[in-house]
Design a protein around this ligand. Sequence first.
Ligand code: ZN
Length: 322
Amino acid sequence: MPHSSSPSDSVFPKPDYGKTPTRKKEMPEGLWTKCPGCSAYAFNKELESRQMVCKECGHHFNITAHQRLSHLLDEGSWQEFDAGVASVDVLKFTGATSYSEQLKKYQKKTGLKEGVVCGLGKIEQYAVSVAVMEFNFLGGSMGSVIGEKITRAIERATEHRVPVLVFSASGGARMHEGMFSLMQMAKTSGALSRHAAAKLPFISILTHPTMGGVTASFATLGDLIVAEPKAMVGFAGARVLKETTRQDLPKGFQTAEFLLDRGLVDRIIARPDMRSELGKILGYFSNKPSLAKTSSRNGREATAHQNGHGAAHRNGHASETV
Ligand SMILES: [Zn+2]
């Protein structure tokens, strides 16, 4: 018989541990972070050196837009644009707190005027226009300024004839701006359509989470759609969908992996590989000889990508949502 631990048949009465004072494992604050993926404690310095990816389970922690840019760009290549553009509370929106109060709070919290950082830079020596959304600013929700800044980043790319890269991290449209936030879906999509007409590539990178009006507009219009591992990507939340459709939804249906299997996502790239992989991809898209030792096979792929811009796939997206 295997050992049983039930108290009824124990020969030796168990000492009562209940009264033993238990001391919580004390972790000095700011030195360690508990991984939500595997519950392991990671030393912050080490975590930072691994671009905030858990070495035990590969969990990707949330990072700021500026952290992401520092992982991504060639040193000294970054030139930020539109950093001073800030939102205006046109609707005088008031929820639990007023929208203007919220804006002030998140400006203070993030040190940014708005929830996206845009500019020109280089990745593995390829010139690009980049927009990185900041999830810590009101959940990365897209209001007029985010829409405008992303549109300008796309137009800047078209003007300079370089690829545009957008890193999405967003809960969706910003309710505080009502219809004005929804109009950003059409505006960003329109700019992408013109960028595509100029035969220039758009690489969309979906990070955790990418939801709502962002998913339903520019984020899923990429010539290439990349996602970080296990990023949640969807339109409405799982609970809302279940209540609306009254159907059981497949397990993990809003993950990058699920969407990769079904063709909405083209590639999943772990954050530590992002810079080098994007460098290779930019090489395929570029007419210049690739720095990533592109073979002739890859050269043909590049041609296919450039021709297969999918303007048809771009059109209509904004109109069918919300
Ligand atoms: Zn972990």
